[in-house]
Structure formats: structure tokens, C-alpha cells
Design a protein around this ligand. Structure first.
Ligand SMILES: [Zn+2]
Ligand SMILES: [Zn+2]
Length: 418
């Protein structure tokens, strides 16, 4: 009797798959679906789980990555990939549907794919929030499509983003909200009211006590280190950070969905002092709150500079390559990461704001952007006698407005450029 009762209970319990690293949770009726979390059979790189209807007709999987792309870019990338796969005869997109949800961007695309002569129908859900990219895709042979599509759409809609923050206190990942860790209790939030409110609104985790954050080992081999600062320095910095982030339209901060900002001192990359660094893999800005505070606008410029790096990744997946931008440079110029560089504004360096801008294309762009926000008038003057700088300012504005239309002329007027 007990055994039967347990079996019945198990049938009513949905199959749940929760991928903590991406924050994605899917739930399926257990009586009609099977779930695999290893020994994958469908051969999609990046698979986190595979599903199959009990009769085997509908197959699907959850794919997750950390690329920081927007959903449109994801859908396009997948489409190109499938078109380029050996065996694909034809691919037609039927419809794109934007799902309105409170967190992140969701795009559900239905398409028809003929593979080695057999037509299939797909329901492909793309999700993007900050660095997180997820695809929840289902497919069936075309002759079953009519009978199965409502069920497939239901299963597609069953995917939810339930949070994927990492705890700075215990290192646990997959927290449901920026400041609540199930393992070690609440994560300390900054005392600064304006910044705390701003962070809560955009679900940004602000860390001033980085117990388990350092050292950060990036997959590139870079190692980021820093240490806890004093309450006073953090509080002074919070004033500036709240003010600078407060200059942005809401739409931009929502779209960026930055995951974490760490306020620390002695920030170093591979042992070398840096004013700040952004780790795209963890979507974390490490901001120096002590050294450099006496330099006018240095902290302010750095905040916008780092924010641009995040935007630069989000818009096309890369902040290190930009062939179009390189064409703006004086003929024959090459970026060189090894030059002795300084962030000091140089008035007569043709085409560049400082020698730091000459180290890498991403830094050049971030400098033009950051200086545009904090020293707009000085930059405009500079542009009037340096055509390369003028073109770069125009280009950087075009890039950010393309990413978020709210960064338009009105925004630049409000920051005091015009
Ligand atoms: Zn914790
Ligand atoms: Zn930079």
C-alpha cells in the first residue's frame, strides 16, 4: 500500500531541472516526459539536460552559455549554425514571439528544418539576461507537429529564470536574488541608501566584503586580486557610484543587467595595479576605491569606462575586436598592449586621448566613451581640431545608441556634452 502511494505521488510530482549556474529552471509533467542530466545523446555542445516525450516523438534540450549576447544575436547565431550544418537542406523561420517577462529578454522562435530529406518543426526559446544565455529547444518530425505543437509550446513556456547570483561570502552560485544566500544567510548590503536602492532596483549585487571573491582565476589565465577597504572609503565611493549610475536611463541599466560590482582596494591583475577591471565571465566589475581618489574625475571616468566594456560585450559578444573601429585610426597604426601606457589626458596625441588608448581597441573605445560622459565639453573642443577623435566620438555614440536607443542625443545633452 505504501509503495503504491509513493508511486502515485511520484507521478504527480513534476520533473524539475534547475541549472544553478544559469539560473534556469524547467518543470515537466512526469507522466509524459523523460529527463536526462548526463549521458547525453543529442550531441549539442553546451547541453545541460535533454528531454524526450515518453513516446520518443518530441526531443529537446537546455543549452546554456556565458556569452552576454542579446536574444536576437543568439537566435541568429543558432540559425546560421543550423544552416551551416552538413545535412541541413532547408530552414524557414515561421514566427518570432517576444515573451514579456520581468527578468531578461525572451524570444520564442518556431522554425521548420529539413534535415537529410526529413522535415522537422522546432520550438526554440532563447533567453538572455546579463551574461546568461540559455536556449530551451524542442523538436518533432513534421507529421507529428499538428498533434504536438500545443504541448511543445506549453513545455517551452515552462522555463523560468530563478536567479543565478554568486555569494561573495561562501562562493555558492545560483542564488535566487543578489543578496540572499540560502547557505550562509543574508549577504551584506552596502549601508549607502541611494546606492542600495539603485542596486535593488536593477538587481545588482554590490559587494564591499569580498570574503570568497579573490583570487579570481579567469579562463584566459588572468588572475584578479584585491582586498577589503575601509568603511569610510567605500562610503565615499558609493556617493560617486550612485551619482554616476544615476545618470543613466533606466532602460540601459535594465538591458545591461550587470550582475555584480565589488568595491575594494589594491585591485591588481596578474600582480599589476589597475584602476579597475571587469571580469566578463562572472559579469563582475572590480572597482578601486582607494588609489587614485585624489585625481579629479578619475573614479567617475573609470565607472563609465568599465560600464562601456560590459556594453561592448553585450552588443556583439566581443570587446576585444572591432575592425570597423580600427579603420578610423591614422593609417598604419597598430594597437600595442606592451607600450608604456598612461591614462593621463594628452592634448596632442593625434587620434588618441592618451597612451592607454593605444594599447587595445577595446580600451580606445572605452576611453572615448568614458571621457565623453565626464569631460564632454573638453572632448568636443579636442574633436574640433582632431578629425580622428571626432570620428571616434561619433562612432562610440552610434554604438551605444544602437545597443540601447535611450542613449540618444537627449542623454548626451543631459550629461552635459551639448
Ligand atoms: Zn553564502
Ligand atoms: Zn578598460
Amino acid at each position: 500500500m505504501l509503495a503504491l502511494w509513493l508511486a502515485l505521488l511520484a507521478q504527480d510530482d513534476p520533473l524539475v531541472f534547475h541549472e544553478r549556474a544559469s539560473g534556469m529552471r524547467v518543470s515537466l509533467p512526469a507522466d509524459s516526459w523523460k529527463l536526462r542530466t548526463r549521458d547525453f545523446k543529442l550531441n549539442w555542445y553546451g547541453t545541460r539536460c535533454e528531454i524526450e516525450s515518453s513516446d520518443g516523438a518530441v526531443k529537446g534540450l537546455l543549452y546554456a552559455s556565458v556569452a552576454g549576447w542579446n536574444v536576437r544575436a543568439l537566435a541568429t547565431w543558432r540559425e546560421k549554425g543550423l544552416r551551416g550544418t552538413a545535412g541541413t537542406d532547408e530552414l524557414t523561420v515561421d514566427r518570432d514571439e517576444w515573451a514579456a517577462r520581468d527578468r531578461g529578454e525572451w524570444l520564442r522562435r518556431e522554425f521548420r528544418l529539413v534535415f537529410r530529406g526529413t522535415p522537422f518543426r522546432y520550438v526554440d526559446l532563447h533567453f538572455a539576461r546579463g551574461r546568461h544565455n540559455v536556449e530551451w529547444v524542442l523538436w518533432v518530425k513534421e507529421d507529428e507537429w499538428e498533434a504536438r505543437r500545443e504541448e511543445m509550446r506549453r513545455v517551452s513556456r515552462a522555463a523560468k529564470f530563478v536567479g543565478a547570483w554568486t555569494c561573495p561570502g561562501c562562493g555558492d552560485s545560483g542564488m535566487a536574488s543578489p543578496n540572499e544566500c540560502e547557505d550562509c544567510g543574508a549577504v551584506g548590503v552596502v549601508g549607502h541608501e541611494a546606492l542600495r536602492n539603485l542596486a535593488a532596483k536593477y538587481e545588482i549585487q554590490i559587494v564591499a566584503d569580498p570574503a570568497k571573491v579573490y583570487p579570481v582565476k579567469c579562463s584566459t589565465g588572468n588572475v584578479i586580486t584585491a582586498e577589503k577597504s575601509t568603511d569610510r572609503l567605500v562610503s565615499d565611493y558609493c556617493d560617486r557610484l550612485a551619482r554616476e549610475l544615476g545618470r543613466y536611463p533606466e532602460a540601459l541599466l535594465r538591458r545591461l543587467a550587470l550582475e555584480r560590482i565589488v568595491l575594494v582596494q589594491n585591485v591588481r591583475m596578474n600582480g599589476n595595479k589597475v584602476g579597475a577591471v571587469t571580469d566578463h565571465e562572472r559579469d563582475t566589475m572590480h572597482l578601486e576605491v582607494r588609489d587614485g581618489r585624489e585625481n579629479a574625475l578619475f573614479f567617475e571616468e573609470t565607472i563609465h569606462h568599465e560600464l562601456f566594456h560590459v556594453l561592448d560585450v553585450r552588443d556583439d559578444g566581443s570587446s576585444t575586436a572591432d575592425a570597423e573601429w580600427e579603420k578610423l585610426n591614422p593609417a598604419g597604426f597598430r594597437y600595442d598592449p606592451k607600450i608604456k601606457a598612461s591614462g593621463r589626458f594628452e592634448d596632442d596625441l593625434q587620434g588618441f586621448l592618451n597612451t592607454y588608448s593605444q594599447t587595445a581597441v577595446g580600451e580606445d573605445k572605452a576611453e572615448v566613451y568614458g571621457q565623453s560622459v565626464v569631460r564632454g565639453k573638453a572632448l568636443a573642443k579636442r574633436a574640433s581640431r582632431d578629425a580622428v577623435i571626432a570620428r571616434k566620438i561619433a562612432r562610440v555614440r552610434e554604438l551605444v545608441e544602437r545597443y540601447e536607443p535611450a542613449l540618444d542625443e537627449k542623454f548626451w545633452k543631459a550629461v552635459g556634452v551639448e
